[in-house]
Design a protein around this ligand. Structure first.
Ligand code: SF4
Length: 463
């Protein structure tokens, strides 16, 4: 269907050949060249079902992630600004037919309060989201919301440095307006690429139009958006099909626009109130298959940022960092006004339930203990390393030259401004150790200089 070739993808899945270890080795050594994989090769990896080959897959995924991005994990916080929605997606708590939920659209003042609460956790990046309802929450509202977020300073004088957005598919003209607004990545999930399942899951509202949604990124990139993110909601249809379709979508965008997906998100369905498909998941993905699919996507699209949300529990999240995840949310609230609610707000029902309910501080400390650098970096977007420029650096693994020092300087800011004593101690030890591994002497010396300046009170120094 369209550029998603369902017949071909099903043929690849249905082959059911016995896993040939030699073939797996060949595919994995090709993956280590960081040039991505063909769909047929992706299918070989998806068919792995024995621990020996799985371990080889996992170590290859970690190798690739570290070759491209180093050992940093970028952190962000989601900010839901409205839960009005005119769609009826069967898996989502915001669906129009859910009368149990209190509907709210945050005022600009409330958005500022939420932003302040997020900033006080140490975040510098926000993913702004809202239900799909153009009448209540049009582009003008979104733009005012973005301006409001950027206008806020917290008690340390810090502000949000990058806003990514995940909102309904826009028209060509709307993208022409949005491209001039200060945002990072524009994201839309296809949810499921399987046409028939898509139609079942989206019975009404604008979202019931598969084609309109599938070609969102074509409209975005044709109209000057620089970075786009895609994703599938795992559990709606066969996970192997969704992975192959995500790769096919990535290749299509890369070939047509020279810009592959800046990020790929891999949420699994979680229970939501009055959302029948979330209570009775049609194609439940086991933890083991989930780990495998993360590693396969990392091998197939090495340059993409892979995002993991707090839908997944703490232990699994920690394990998945080793299989190719490069961005995580932390301290998240998915209900409207949720950050303030922690201080006594409203509407307790979120879009879906969370399984990692730790504070940002707890997540950050655990990330450090695992040997990864929690990063609040926003440098690429602010230096104009976006779109094709970003791809040119990310594809050959050059971007980590910047990621590592930027992770260290932003972590240092965090440690001074927001961390508890224990995290401070662990973080400073990590910074010391990591400094020794910066290969370029000039960048290493500059990083040391920046760290000193940050200790002396300067902020926002980056490469
Ligand atoms: S240097 Fe660029 S790619 Fe690396 S963490 Fe910073 S913004 Fe992201």
């Amino acid at each position: 269907m369209f550029f998603i070739d369902e017949n071909y993808l099903h043929q690849l899945i249905d082959k059911k050949e016995k896993v040939d270890s030699k073939r797996v080795d060949d595919v994995l050594s090709k993956a280590r060249e960081l040039k991505g994989l063909e769909l047929e090769e992706v299918a070989v990896l998806l068919n792995i079902d024995d621990s020996e080959n799985l371990n080889k897959l996992f170590s290859t995924a970690l190798f690739i992630k570290e070759e491209i991005y180093g050992n940093r994990l970028v952190l962000f916080a989601p900010l839901y600004i409205s839960n009005y929605c005119s769609n009826n997606c069967l898996y989502c708590g915001f669906r129009a037919d859910n009368k149990a939920i209190e509907r709210r659209t945050l005022s600009l003042e409330e958005i500022k309060e939420e932003t302040k609460a997020i900033l006080e956790q140490g975040h510098k990046r926000i993913l702004m989201l809202m239900g799909e309802n153009h009448k209540q929450t049009g582009l003008d509202y979104l733009i005012s919301a973005i301006d409001s977020v950027y206008s806020v300073k917290d008690s340390k004088g810090s502000s949000i440095r990058r806003i990514n957005i995940e909102i309904a598919p826009l028209t060509d003209n709307e993208f022409k307006v949005l491209r001039d607004v200060k945002i990072g990545t524009y994201t839309v999930f296809q949810e499921t690429y399987h046409y028939e399942t898509y139609n079942q899951m989206h019975p009404s509202g604008k979202k019931s139009d598969y084609e309109w949604r599938l070609f969102t990124m074509d409209r975005a990139l044709s109209n000057g958006m620089a970075d786009v993110g895609i994703g599938a909601l795992f559990g709606l249809y066969d996970y192997k099909f969704e992975v192959l379709a995500l790769i096919q979508h990535s290749k299509y965008l890369d070939e047509k626009f020279g810009i592959g997906p800046h990020t790929i998100s891999i949420p699994r369905i979680k229970p939501a109130i009055n959302a029948p498909a979330s209570q009775n998941i049609p194609h439940q993905v086991s933890d083991n298959d989930f780990k495998k699919l993360v590693a396969v996507i990392r091998c197939a699209v090495p340059y993409t940022g892979m995002i993991l949300s707090t839908r997944e529990p703490k232990e699994l999240r920690s394990e998945l960092f080793n299989y190719g995840i490069s961005q995580i949310s932390a301290g998240s609230k998915t209900n409207i006004g949720g950050y303030k609610q922690a201080l006594g707000g409203f509407s307790e029902i979120g879009q879906f339930s969370l399984n990692d309910c730790r504070t940002s501080g707890e997540v950050i400390q655990d990330v450090i203990k695992q040997g990864y650098i929690p990063s609040f970096c926003t440098a690429c977007y602010r230096l104009g390393r976006v779109g094709e420029d970003f791809m040119d650096q990310a594809k050959p693994g050059l971007i980590k030259i910047f990621c590592q020092p930027n992770a260290l300087t932003t972590l240092k800011e965090y440690l001074i401004d927001y961390a508890d004593e224990e995290t401070k101690k662990l973080g400073d030890e990590l910074i010391k150790k990591e400094l020794e591994t910066i290969p370029n002497e000039h960048i290493k010396n500059k990083t040391i200089e920046y760290l000193k300046k940050i200790e002396e009170g300067e902020r926002d120094l980056y490469f």
